[in-house]
Design a protein around this ligand. Sequence first.
Ligand SMILES: Cc1cc2nc3c(=O)[nH]c(=O)nc-3n(C[C@H](O)[C@H](O)[C@H](O)COP(=O)(O)O)c2cc1C
Length: 261
Amino acid sequence: MDNVIEVLLRRRSHRAFSERQIPAEDLTLLKQATLRAPTAGNMMFYSVIEVTDKDLKEQLAVLCDNQPMIAKAPLVWLFLSDVRKWVDYYHMSGSVAKGLAQGISWRAPGAGDLLLAMSDALIAAQNAVVAAESLGIGSCYIGDILENHERIVQLFNLPPYTAVATLVIFGYPKSQEPLAKESLRCPSQAIFMENQYHVARLEELQQAYAAQEERLREQRRLPFDNTGTIADFYYFRKHESEFMEEMNRSAQALIDSWLAQ
Ligand SMILES: Cc1cc2nc3c(=O)[nH]c(=O)nc-3n(C[C@H](O)[C@H](O)[C@H](O)COP(=O)(O)O)c2cc1C
């Protein structure tokens, strides 16, 4: 089996890290692997802020729906969509002025630029996650970084045409013990489609998530005294949660502020 495939198949999220710091040479490798990620037009529409300041890390942990592991992680990378550097480069190097002289007016970055830059940043983040795993370094994405848009912008001094894409925390796993049970996934036929979108019927959805539902039932985590379904579990715990309400408000503010510039 290809080594990369082995790494991909064994990767899982880690949330408890040992005190051990990541050595400089591994950090360099991690950065090199991140930089090799494919990027739209080879323009690298992303930046990564390494959060080393203890106070900043603690504030992040609170702002990301109170996840203290963020403050404890030896390495914290904030991945940003970054079109700002090209906006500046176009202006500062005179490209915009040359355009104006030819009758081409300045076009502010729009939704397409934001989505391309998001793609760049997320692809780079996943390169980092896979590279870390191959070095024995665990990682976890923190989706809750999409909450509290205004506070995060303030905390990291984010200028217009930059936007948070994701946060990833890294560190050596506290326990080297393999998990008793790996996280489950839907079978491939529930995910891969051919040529056209297939709207799943109820039975297909039930089948797709049957193993996960069974696991939750074994763990007695399903709602309605463990008689509920996996749909009930995610509907009440996630879809209708306060944190998703805040994430949607915050993400809308991010998009609005990008498009309003
Ligand atoms: C976009 C995204 C956001 C995530 N946000 C969080 C988070 O805020 N906190 C957390 O503990 N795990 C987070 N995770 C990790 C997922 O919970 C984890 O990937 C999932 O449960 C599958 O487990 P595995 O990665 O161990 O296979 C996130 C993962 C992704 C891809």
